[in-house]
Design a protein. Structure first.
Length: 265
């Protein structure tokens, strides 16, 4: 695609700053802050016969002056790109994901159903959640993920367990009776799963609350989410970014206006 310039606008309370980026060469659909700069991700990339020289670096980081800090290959079918306060980079994938892995003999193989990966820095090799969970968890699609200050929680398809991780490893895998939800907020042993349905042209956004007890998450309540002034959403929710007990959403077609849901215990 032709190169283009862009401006990143970062809002922190009432403080607003801008970063000018030049000569971008990919369709970057994912974005998050990284330190005082920004990190961009191209969620879909062309499939190539992989070699070190042909793998597209579809994750690119910039500092606050707009200078590139580095870039790396992160595979295809990225669902969410999220950073944590320590600068680690978490990437979740949907069901069409592929990732090119180098083999010991110098050849490459394509892996599928990646699910969730983490880079500790832009220069480090990735850690894949499936290496720690083995056959206990299907990673066909990472339906929901919550990247918090200290812990990350994922809810992968097909069985929808809750996988709890820290900066080093998977800490726990618990059975979850609340399925097919695409957003997640977590507060202690309380989980808020975001669900949405359309029935007879009426859209409904719902939080399904669950409580962890004896190693199982069981649904305890449901609450419909209404937008300011009591308005129901007219479209599907997008974004669905979980940060500890906070879930960020926006209506389809209006990515400039975000809504915040806070999960209380």
């Amino acid at each position: 695609m032709p190169h283009y310039d862009a401006t990143v606008v970062i809002c922190d309370g009432h403080e607003v700053s801008q970063i000018s980026l030049s000569a971008l060469d990919q369709s970057f659909s994912k974005i998050d802050a990284l330190g005082d700069g920004v990190i961009l991700g191209a969620g879909r990339i062309d499939r190539v016969q992989p070699t070190d020289s042909t793998l597209p670096r579809n994750i690119v980081a910039f500092d606050s002056a707009g200078d590139q800090l580095g870039a790396f290959y992160a595979g295809d079918a990225i669902e969410r790109l999220l950073t944590d306060p320590n600068g680690r980079i978490w990437i979740s994938y949907f069901d069409e994901s592929t990732f090119a892995f180098p083999e010991p003999d110098g050849t490459w193989s394509n892996g599928h159903m990646i699910g969730l990966a983490r880079w500790d820095t832009i220069d480090s090799p990735p850690w894949f959640a499936f290496n720690d969970t083995g056959s206990q968890v299907d990673w066909c699609d990472c339906y929901a993920v919550d990247v918090g200050r200290n812990l990350t929680f994922a809810c992968p398809y097909t069985k929808f367990p809750i996988v709890e991780m820290d900066s080093e490893k998977v800490r726990s895998i618990v059975q979850n009776s609340i399925t097919s939800c695409s957003g997640l907020a977590v507060s202690g042993a309380t989980f808020g799963f975001f669900d949405q349905r359309r029935h007879e042209q009426q859209m409904s956004w719902v939080i399904r609350r669950g409580h962890l007890h004896d190693g199982v998450i069981t649904e305890t309540a449901r609450e419909e989410l209404l937008l300011p002034n009591g308005r129901r959403s007219q479209g599907w929710a997008r974004g669905k970014i979980g940060r500890d007990s906070t879930l960020w959403l926006y209506e389809d077609g209006n990515p400039r206006r975000w809504y915040r849901y806070e999960l209380d215990c």
